[in-house]
Design a protein around this ligand. Structure first.
Ligand SMILES: Nc1ncnc2c1ncn2[C@@H]1O[C@H](COP(=O)(O)OP(=O)(O)OP(=O)(O)O)[C@@H](O)[C@H]1O
Ligand SMILES: [Mg+2]
Length: 239
């Protein structure tokens, strides 16, 4: 069941060679249970850092992150993360890669059922090296879905894919998240992807970065919203 994510006053300072490097400061973000939120920001602004904090892969130096009523303190089993690269085990077949993650998950779908959902029926016995980039990333999504996470964290999951596969994967993600059984945080620097998929778009900007603006996508003209968001990053629409 989906859980709300609450990020309150979160900061992260890294230890740099020439002293402390504040990357995130005063991040305030509430994602309702079942909501799909896209976090949009320029390269290097701290998007992955924020996602790692929510997953409990790293700890904030200020503030607090909650999933439901519990504070995130370390690697949180209620979250599943999909990274830019699929990170499959090369010595396991596609079905085994999914089955390993499903272990211990109550009423987990079978690998066959979940692979069917991501359009990979017939590839159960393939090895990761035999897959295209898009297929491998479908397996990564299957591994995340099979755990029935309360919170799905996506760190530019389609960035390495060609434009067509990227659109297909976006549709797949949107379809799978339609039942709102999980809260989704999608980190991306693709404005169109954010507009197509998310209920709400938050912009991360500045150094250290904070949330500089946020927009609900429902009821907004996507073309206007796109221009507004690009404008926020100092970019103009190409006619
Ligand atoms: N473990 C670390 N130690 C020191 N600095 C770090 C560490 N992790 C990230 N940083 C710094 O924090 C900043 C933000 O990095 P992050 O990976 O979160 O950016 P990003 O927005 O995800 O970028 P991209 O779009 O390129 O993936 C960068 O300047 C990076 O060098
Ligand atoms: Mg990143």
């Amino acid at each position: 069941m989906a859980e709300a994510v609450s990020i309150r006053g979160v900061g992260r300072v890294f230890a740099g060679r020439e002293g402390p490097v504040p990357v995130l400061q005063g991040i305030e973000l509430e994602a309702g249970a079942g909501e799909f939120v896209a976090v949009l920001g320029a390269s290097g602004c701290g998007k992955s850092t924020l996602l790692r904090l929510v997953a409990g892969l790293d700890s904030p130096t200020a503030g607090e992150i909650r999933i439901g009523s519990r504070t995130v303190t370390d690697c949180d089993p209620r979250c599943a993360v999909v990274f830019q690269e699929p990170r499959l085990l090369p010595w396991r077949t596609v079905a085994q890669n999914v089955a390993l993650v499903a272990r211990g998950v109550p009423d987990a779908e079978t690998p066959a059922a979940i692979l069917n959902r991501v359009g990979l029926t017939g590839n159960e016995r393939s090895w990761p090296y035999q897959l295209s980039g898009g297929m491998a990333q479908r397996v990564a999504l299957a591994r995340a879905f099979v755990r029935k996470p309360a919170v799905l964290l996506l760190d530019e999951p389609f960035a390495a894919l060609d434009a067509f596969t990227r659109l297909q994967m976006g549709d797949l993600l949107r379809e799978t998240c339609r039942d709102r059984s999980r809260t989704v945080l999608l980190v991306t620097h693709d404005v169109d992807e954010a507009l197509r998929l998310a209920d709400r778009i938050v912009l991360l900007a500045g150094r250290p970065a904070a949330i500089s603006a946020e927009y609900a996508t429902a009821g907004h003209d996507p073309i206007r919203l796109r221009a507004e968001i690009l404008g926020r990053f100092g970019l103009k629409e190409v006619a």
